[in-house]
Design a protein around this ligand. Structure first.
Ligand code: HEC
Length: 230
């Protein structure tokens, strides 16, 4: 009896060993398959051995100017002329939501964290009564015009290092133009610089020049070109 038992046990043991071996072999196969699969897959994504890398990295266009490579941002003058004034003002009013936490814009509005902005376009810098401006903004002097407002709204701290206007700036010239146009509708009403599309293809138009056809200049309250200061 005991012998029978033991031989049965032995058989069972062998059997079990066989299963174990099969299982292990199965895993090895599986792992190998997985490895192969992964290497095929990764080959699909990373063409390590394909000769796709160009011999020369980068390219040189002889005689090309830097601007030709990436399209340069449009000028303020162009941005101010991309749509009818009324549409631009409407867009500016919307975009002004970003400024409203700190600024009122209607005539007689209160100063908040920032000064009231009525008549700021064309008006003197840092001149609102009852607002404590930073020394740096006060030191800027002169008047707000299109170019200065463009630079200011692009990066207040870049334009006036010590300003206390905590605002990162507006990255898109379209937004800056719209807001400047909106501000301009709330006060001084500077003439919008004219923009001749053809000139953009060739030499960049000097905004100051474009803004001053003789007839306009007579009517317009001194829109001094930005070149005057700085
Ligand atoms: C977090 C508050 C804050 C936000 C947001 C803000 N401003 Fe100002 N702004 C100020 C402060 C403060 C000053 C005064 C800066 C100084 O004295 O240096 C100022 C000054 C100005 C001035 C100069 C005013 C003058 O009398 O010369 C203009 C123009 C202006 N901001 C426009 C804007 C516009 C447009 C926006 C929105 C795109 C905006 N600001 C967003 C706080 C803010």
């Amino acid at each position: 009896m005991t012998q029978d038992n033991s031989s049965q046990d032995k058989a069972a043991g062998q059997n079990g060993g066989g299963d174990l071996f099969n299982t292990a072999a199965g895993w090895v196969l599986f792992a190998a398959g997985l490895g192969l699969g992964l290497s095929i897959l990764s080959g699909k994504y990373f063409h390590g051995d394909d000769p796709q890398r160009p011999e020369k990295l980068g390219y040189v266009i002889e005689g090309a100017v830097e601007e030709g490579v990436a399209p340069a941002e449009m000028s303020m003058a162009e941005a101010l002329n991309t749509m009818p004034a009324a549409d631009l003002i409407a867009a500016g009013e919307k975009a002004f939501a970003k400024c409203q936490t700190c600024h009122t814009v209607d005539a007689g509005g209160a100063n908040g964290i920032g000064p009231n902005l009525a008549g700021v376009m064309g008006g003197p810098v840092a001149a609102k009564a009852g607002f404590a401006y930073s020394a740096d903004l006060k030191a800027l002097g002169g008047n707000w015009d299109w170019d200065r407002m463009n630079d200011w709204l692009k990066s207040p701290k870049g334009f006036v290092a010590g300003t206390k206007m905590s605002f990162n700036g507006l990255g898109k010239v379209e937004d800056r133009a719209a807001i400047a146009m909106y501000l301009n509708s709330k006060g001084a009403n500077l003439p919008v610089p004219t923009f001749v599309a053809d000139a953009a293809a060739g030499a960049a138009p000097a905004e100051g020049e474009a803004a001053a056809p003789a007839a306009d200049a007579a009517e317009a309250p001194a829109a001094e070109p930005a070149a005057a200061t700085e």
